[in-house]
Design a protein around this ligand. Sequence first.
Ligand code: SAH
Length: 418
Amino acid sequence: MPSVCVVAKKCGGCQYTGIPYSEQLDKKQKMEEDILGYYGKVERIIGMRYPCFYRNKVHSAFGKDKKGNILCGTYQEGTHFIVQVDECLIEDKKCQEIIRTVKSLLKGFKMEPFNEDTGKGLLRHVLVRRGFKTGEIMVVLVLGTHIFPSGNNFVKELLKLHPEITTVVVNINDRKTSMVLGDREKVSYGKGYIYDELCGCRFRISPGSFYQVNPIQTEVLYNKAVEFAGLSGKEKVIDAYCGIGTIGMVASKKAKSVIGIELNGNAVRDARTNAKENGITNIEFFRGDAGDFMIKMAEKGEKADVVFMDPPRSGSDEAFLSSVASLGPKKVVYVSCNPMTLARDLDYITKNGYFVEKIQPVDMFPFTEHCETVVLLIKKEKRKPETFSKNNNKSYKPKTKAAPSQSGKNTKRKGNSK
Ligand code: SAH
């Protein structure tokens, strides 16, 4: 297994390069215990058998060095300087290969990288996404201007060299922004999206859709979350912060009905399409703030049996958490990519009617310091408010609480694109 990366220091995306994988897992286990141990026993982290080349989404920024050589790679931490990346330990090999081909074609087509300062040039970023199960590949060429001279020929040449590419999208991003994708796009080849499969469901992935970056561990994570929910087929389930509907759709096979709530309109559109294409009829998706939606449900006197919640790194908010308490589901399954904000939210929720039954870390981002966690919370029965400390985790000794954080650590988020 390769473990040395020549650009690790400059790139900053992988904080654990050079550290053997078993040690990386030990470090994450300790971190989880330090931060979450106060709330219950932390199960042993589930790692990967082969922790390299797992990222199914690879982004490369294009530019030039002082001598005028073309660069493509990642931004140096906290800056807009491009670090040339020839090989990456965690990115999908095929996606990396395609990016290298794009770079090698630029000169022949007289295509200049876009210069953010002068606004001149053309190619700004390349994004490649690959469906792990389907093998479908999407290439997004992000241009700094809407004119793409010999664009058709460029795409033809790329497809000739990589016939495995299933779709090519040209995206225009001519604004001064650190966002990769702009609002306008044109499909140059294929459908404009790819499919992938997770836990027996098929998902459509558009250029901007959120989709977990480690497909192998995502199945582990989702299966754990659904296992924690212990569904029998009779439950009314909420999938809050549902993205393109992944967790809810996987759970829908074992539940009576599912409601998915998501802020991003495109993701909701993808979620609805995904449900239809999978023939799932017991799921509905709503666009909106998860907290607002849940408060309205609670006000209408509606109930839910299980709430899955998978918020962004900043965690949830009091509006949402208090509405969970009012809706009163028997179980809450909290999927988190940031143990600090998770601890903050657990603090609230355990003071408002729930106890922590299980804490399971899953390593979704080997070589980085990030760690995903699934927590099962169970509603305390009214007459036995002391059940938390007695029933749960008999062998567990409470530790001191970790200092809560508003938004978590502000480290580079290569491992985790939530
Ligand atoms: N559960 C999904 C997505 C998790 S990422 C998956 O596993 O793929 C977190 C999602 O929360 C993003 O799609 C983001 O758009 C959404 N989100 C962020 N703030 C939100 C809010 N206040 N209400 C509802 N959704 C929100």
